[in-house]
Design a binder for this molecule. Sequence first.
Ligand code: FE2
Length: 301
Amino acid sequence: MTTHRLEASPLWPARLDHIRYDSPDAARLADFYGRTMGMAVSTLGPAEFLLEAPSRTIVVGQAGAAAHPYSAFALADGRQLETYRAFLKERGVTLLPSPTPLFGSDAFAVRDPDDRLAVFGTRTRPAAAAATPGNVAGDLPGMLQHVVVASSRFAAMLAFYTDTLGFMLSDTVHKDSGPEAGQVNVCFLRSDEMHHSFAVFQAPQSRADHHAYETTGWNDLKLWADHFGTLEIPIWWGPGRHGAGNNLFFMIKDPDGNNIEISAELETMAKGQPGKKWMGARRATNLWGEPWIRDTAAASS
Ligand SMILES: [Fe+2]
């Protein structure tokens, strides 16, 4: 029986620094994030693009199919990183080379049960300090803040990220009916005081779910929605307010079908503070309206 840690591990504090999306048309995806998210586009290698604006960075790579191969979390400094490395070694975790060119040489990666890498390091390549001139969205507030995956190996993912990697458990969602009523099928995990930097939704297939940009308030959602409207990119979910995390949100899709969330008012939680338990995903995912149910086997949640 696992306890899913509620005490702070050496991972605390860490924040999501960047993610990588692979695409069968990386140039098209990079162009989309450049125009839509106000990010400057540059090349890191022959089949790798860097997209960045102040407070948000993603890497786009060329591959046979759309994928989310890694999420990269930045720790405070090299000393914390070494402490965390020792913490993982004590747990028998296999440490792998870091795949990202944005972190220092002391960065490392671990492979999770869904075969996705979680990368830990410190940022050595400077983040974009100013928006690209002429890029209308470049000045809109939107800090890359969390990334979420859907998983068919939910229990293993929950155990790995909490008990092994030391993420702190925030809210959980529980099936509210059927033979598995009461079982957890969504977990929100934090690595600093923001309610979640990572989350896992149980689903029939493991895949990317979404990533989110945290803004400074409700008015920013209007500015982003107006910007997307100018580009004729429709909102497909929201606006609404998540129950878990209490944040205002809406979502759009990129050309590969990846979900992009614009968020505001994400709640903060202290170290060790227990999260809420939600019965069913309906109100946990949207207090205002239509939910987004990933676990289609959970009858009414
Ligand atoms: Fe989210």
